[in-house]
Design a protein around this ligand. Structure first.
Ligand code: SF4
Length: 327
């Protein structure tokens, strides 16, 4: 496949909250994760795995999310669920995640020819602590409404959806589905749960949630009138689960669409800067050093060593290229 064709194929056309967040945290990490997908040769085939690198704490959060979904899926399919081996289930998810990351570490270390700065010893005590935190959060969510009402049958008509399914709007793939949908009276509730977030619902988060209504009104069997939707968000923050409930109007829906289209246009503009030569020097780095700490690219990215210096060099290179174009 020639470079131009690969570039055309890899041009971002997909939107999700995860992509939006990564774009805002570090444009370079975004491009490394999503900009090389179809160029499988050489080291590029490892980029997705390296991009998915994460800290043991985030692995714990992923284990929690996976377990909650598994629990709901079992109820929806009528599969028997053992509640007394929760700690074991969590432990195996965390240890499985750590094992998978070991092979990624081996690839990175082979490439850099030395020990990776991502390498750290995780002892049994640390894993025990993560399992304990995860157990507590799990029990706390399933005993809270609406989860408890789903489990005890009080909410009868409910459905679970995967965030991996996409909706096509204006030829773009949008991952805007809720995690759970249920019907109560005339209303249709759309809920997303986040295993970590802020303790206040910010305006842009509220618009991200409103995007679920765009998904819902495109679904057969769900109301086509936005006034019948109740948007819910369940978020762990400041040591507890917070539940936010909102309704939306047509302006909110338009704003949610606008924010998504603006993001996609930013993603494409950023991708355009790479050019056919895949020139990473034109892509800005992270806004904050803390973002680099658990980034899988930190051994090979200039930002991983000294973000301040690397950002200065990067913006100088960007300006030099812009001046060259103008000349
Ligand atoms: S190391 Fe930092 S600057 Fe480099 S890709 Fe990762 S987050 Fe971005």
């Amino acid at each position: 496949m020639n470079e131009k064709k690969i570039q055309w194929i890899n041009k971002p056309r997909t939107w999700s909250v995860t992509r939006r967040e990564l774009l805002n945290k570090c444009p370079r990490a975004f491009i490394l994760k999503y900009g090389f997908k179809k160029k499988q040769g050489g080291f590029n085939r490892h980029l997705t795995n390296i991009s998915n690198w994460t800290s043991p704490y985030i692995l714990m959060q992923r284990a929690l999310r996976g377990l909650i979904i598994q629990r709901l899926e079992c109820v929806s399919r009528g599969v028997k669920w053992e509640e007394n081996d929760i700690a074991l289930k969590i432990r195996s998810r965390i240890i499985g995640g750590l094992k998978r990351q070991k092979s990624v570490l081996a690839v990175i270390e082979k490439r850099i020819g030395k020990s990776s700065s991502l390498r750290r010893n995780i002892n049994q005590k640390e894993i025990d602590r993560l399992v304990e935190i995860c157990c507590m959060r799990y029990h706390s969510i399933i005993s809270a409404a609406p989860f408890s009402e789903i489990l005890n049958g009080k909410i009868e008509q409910w459905f679970i959806f995967s965030r991996l399914t996409s909706t096509v709007v204006n030829d773009f793939e949008l991952h805007i589905s809720p995690d759970i949908v249920w019907i109560k009276g005339r209303n249709c509730h759309l809920l997303r749960f986040n295993v970590q977030g802020l303790n206040k619902l910010q305006h842009h988060k509220s618009l991200e949630n409103t995007a679920m209504v765009i998904w819902a009104i495109n679904q057969k069997g769900l109301p086509s009138n936005h006034e019948r939707y109740v948007i819910e968000n369940f978020v762990w923050s400041c040591g507890k689960w917070n539940r936010w409930i909102e309704t939306c109007n047509l302006t909110d829906i338009q704003d949610a669409r606008w924010i998504i289209m603006k993001d996609i246009s930013e993603m494409q503009e950023l991708y355009g800067r790479l050019g056919p030569a895949l020139d990473l020097s034109q892509i800005p780095l992270a806004k904050d050093e803390s973002i680099c700490l658990d980034c899988g690219h930190r051994d090979t990215c200039p930002g991983g060593e000294n973000l301040e210096r690397a950002s200065l060099i990067q913006s100088a290179l960007e300006m030099a290229k812009a001046a060259q174009k103008r000349a």
